[in-house]
Design a protein around this ligand. Structure first.
Ligand SMILES: NC(=O)c1ccc[n+]([C@@H]2O[C@H](COP(=O)([O-])OP(=O)(O)OC[C@H]3O[C@@H](n4cnc5c(N)ncnc54)[C@H](O)[C@@H]3O)[C@@H](O)[C@H]2O)c1
Length: 442
């Protein structure tokens, strides 16, 4: 059996990109792809559209010609329920769907737009559709000691595997001072900060990390080898929110480069390196070449060693080691999600780690929190650069500010492409169609 019309059109798109072909050739292939049922969320479609400046807007005309419909404020409770109902409709059991929706909506509350409703369709629903992520698999505790555990997620949603593991780490910490849990065969677990904050909310110091599909090249290398591998600490304070440093170990994530493209900006030098060793700044060319495996992200500190890129490289490697070495787990090409020979999607069995350190056995929690805030206050109150905005933040503060601002505005602002994702899911899934005849922006 030959390739389907959709697959042929996709191959055509790839061929145009590889050959640096014309925008009109690409547009023709893209039109065929969409007509054959290809999704505008397809990564290749997105990259091509970005490279050639084409619109991936759905065929229905927007409300006013030439102008996308405006973003709409959607209350958090509504959005969480919609995400939960979607997951339940996919076969995720009620309790796991509740947990998963809570991890997703927490990203939206914190202003981490890339990891909330923005991820529901492309990262979770589409992958369940593709059969590389499973709506429900049992979580197995493979090995356990009083202070540690190895947990198997069996390729179920990382969004419920992660909370299970951090809860277990906290329970162990409360009994024995520390708890360390490693997950194997998990999948994308969302924002690392969710898990670190579970620990800090429980009076512990929390530490977590996950590996991911390969994107970062080692210092002095050019091949994408390491995931963007966030390394995240959560530490209780008296500020009303924890210190929470929650970020990737790469300078940029791919999403940020897509944003440079939308804004028509070059990519900062040092954030991306190509296979010839050139530090690239041509944002649209970078997006194309990343798709073709010819560009890699650089670790925190950037390309080479002038700005300490080897430090970020070391942290990204540390995360990859902690996520894989305890469980003899896969990394790099083995978690890239694509069978290079056939182009077929394949599962990405990821590893995570979770550490909780109970504070009380070492220091009264109240004293610890006062000490934390004393230091953070000193940082925030220190001399400001006259050339910057006149304020110093500490990690976790911007997310707290976003939460306050979003609550004040009545929820999260949902741009048109995400509204479209929601209506697509609703129109496709009968249970959602019955419950959500009208979404808030319709
Ligand atoms: N699951 C995965 O595979 C995966 C991979 C990579 C990233 N992520 C998630 O993506 C999210 C975003 O990651 P990112 O690398 O784009 O983060 P980012 O570059 O936006 O940095 C965010 C962190 O930096 C802090 N911060 C930002 N500006 C600051 C300032 N001026 N002063 C002090 N602190 C400041 C924030 O409080 C936050 O802790 C995170 O939640 C991360 O966990 C997930």
């Amino acid at each position: 059996m030959g390739p389907s019309p959709q697959e042929s059109a996709r191959e055509e798109m790839m061929a145009v990109l590889k050959a640096n072909g014309s925008a009109s050739d690409y547009e023709k292939a893209l039109t065929k792809f969409v007509a054959a049922g290809g999704s505008s969320d397809d990564s290749l479609a997105k990259v091509g559209a970005s490279v050639y400046g084409l619109s991936l807007a759905p065929p229905e005309p927007p409300a006013k010609k030439g102008k996308a419909p405006p973003a709409a404020i959607v209350p958090f409770d509504f959005m969480k329920q919609f995400m939960k109902d979607t997951l339940v409709a996919y076969g995720v059991p009620e309790a796991e769907a509740e947990t998963s929706a809570e991890v997703l909506i927490e990203a939206d509350r914190r202003g981490i737009d890339s990891h909330g409703i923005g991820r529901l369709k492309p990262i979770y629903c589409d992958r369940m559709d593709q059969g590389i992520l499973f709506p429900h698999k049992p979580i197995d505790v493979v090995r356990e000691s009083p202070t540690s555990a190895l947990v198997d997620g069996n390729l179920g949603l990382g969004l419920y595997v992660g909370p299970y593991c951090m809860k277990l780490a906290i329970e162990k910490a409360k009994k024995h001072g520390v708890g360390f849990v490693v997950a194997q065969n998990s999948t994308h677990y969302g924002i690392a900060g969710y898990y670190a904050t579970m620990a800090s909310d429980a009076g512990c110091v929390g530490l977590t990390g996950t590996n991911a599909r390969p994107s970062i090249a080692p210092t002095f290398g050019t091949e994408p080898m390491l995931g963007t591998n966030p390394l995240c600490f959560g530490i209780p304070t008296k500020d009303g929110f924890p210190f929470c440093i929650d970020c990737a170990t790469s300078v940029n994530q791919r999403g940020k480069i897509e944003k440079y493209s939308r804004d028509g900006k070059p990519t900062p030098k040092g954030a991306v390196i190509d296979s010839a060793g050139v530090e690239r700044t041509d944002t649209d060319g970078i997006l194309r070449d990343m798709q073709l495996g010819k560009c890699a992200l650089t670790p925190v500190g950037g390309a080479g060693d002038d700005m300490g890129g080897y430090k970020g490289y070391g942290w990204a490697t540390t995360v990859e080691l902690l996520c894989t070495a305890f469980q003899s787990g896969p990394f790099g090409e083995a978690v890239c999600g694509i069978d290079r020979a056939t182009g077929a999607k394949k599962p990405m069995p990821l590893g995570h780690f979770f550490l909780a350190i109970d504070i009380a056995p070492l220091c009264p929690l109240d004293t610890f929190e006062r000490n934390s805030t004393k230091l953070l206050d000193a940082l925030r109150g220190s001399r400001k650069s006259p050339l910057a905005g006149g304020r110093i933040w500490t990690a976790g503060e911007l997310e707290h500010d976003a939460r306050v601002a979003r609550h004040a505005q009545g929820g999260l602002s949902v741009p048109y492409p995400l509204q479209k994702n929601m209506t697509d899911l609703r129109d496709k899934i009968p249970a959602l169609k019955a419950k959500y005849a009208k979404l808030p922006f319709e």
